[in-house]
Design a protein around this ligand. Structure first.
Ligand code: GLP
Length: 241
């Protein structure tokens, strides 16, 4: 694992965006896998700046959603990962809509959307997977206990994850109980993985990850033997090391 320690969130975001920009300039047909959550927002903002400054084009880039909530009602669409990535990233760059691969948010469509995603992934292997990390070590919505062989699936969210994500919703009972996620195997199939962690709330998880103990109880530990993983962590996320 390549570990890059930076001072703060701003530096982390710039560093991640610089790596991704460089990779796209090297291969304009790059396929990205993209996390949501608060951690990568700064990276998307930096990528948008690079696009505005003509340092990168997304004309031929493809993008996969890492995960998506199963929403109980269409009125909750603005909490979806689809809305999040559209708002924070896709609407601000020149990516072609047909090059974006996401999930249906309706739970009754989950089987169908999972099968479609598996097909898209088989046709477009991911070059760079951008990840955050949950406080319980989840990656995507692969919660503790999830098999390292898992592929795209419906995941029942843990109490801890639902609690951590309450901040994005107006009411606690709106936080979905289920989500669809690329599986750990899909994540490990990416050629390159970049994991971001910022802030003291991630310090425990980073300590656990860098203890290099591999266990399904801590899904991020599945990354340890991947040949190309870069972890970018800021001072607060490193505070327990
Ligand atoms: C969420 C997402 C993950 C994300 C993680 C951390 O639940 N499913 O993809 O990386 O939790 O989120 P945050 O960056 O907001 O701390």
């Amino acid at each position: 694992m390549n570990i890059i320690k930076v001072k703060d969130y701003e530096e982390l975001s710039k560093k991640a965006a610089k790596i991704i920009t460089g990779e796209i300039n090297h291969n304009k047909h790059l396929v990205l896998g993209l996390a949501t959550g608060s951690t990568p927002v700064g990276t998307y903002q930096e990528l948008v700046k690079n696009y505005d400054n003509k340092l990168v084009t997304f004309k031929y880039t493809k993008a996969f959603f890492l995960d998506e909530y199963c929403l109980s009602h269409p009125r909750l669409f603005e909490y979806s990962n689809k809305y999040f990535l559209e708002y924070n990233f896709f609407s601000k760059i020149n990516i072609e809509p047909e090059n974006v691969f996401g999930f249906d948010q309706r739970i009754e469509e989950s089987e169908k959307t999972i099968a479609q995603m598996d097909q898209h992934l088989a046709e477009n292997p991911i070059d760079i997977m951008l990840l955050g990390i949950g406080q319980n070590g989840h990656i995507g919505y692969n919660e503790p206990g999830c098999s390292f062989e898992s592929t795209t699936h419906l995941s029942k969210l843990s109490y801890k994850t639902r609690l951590a994500n309450q901040r994005f919703f107006s009411f606690a009972d709106e936080v979905p109980s289920y989500a669809i996620t690329l599986g750990i195997k899909n994540i490990l199939d990416a050629k390159k993985i970049i994991l971001l962690a910022s802030g003291s709330s991630k310090a425990e998880a980073i300590k656990e990850l860098l203890s290099l103990k591999i266990s399904t109880d801590f899904p991020a530990s599945s990354l340890i033997h991947h040949p190309d993983v870069t972890i970018i962590i800021d001072e607060d996320a490193c505070s327990l090391l």
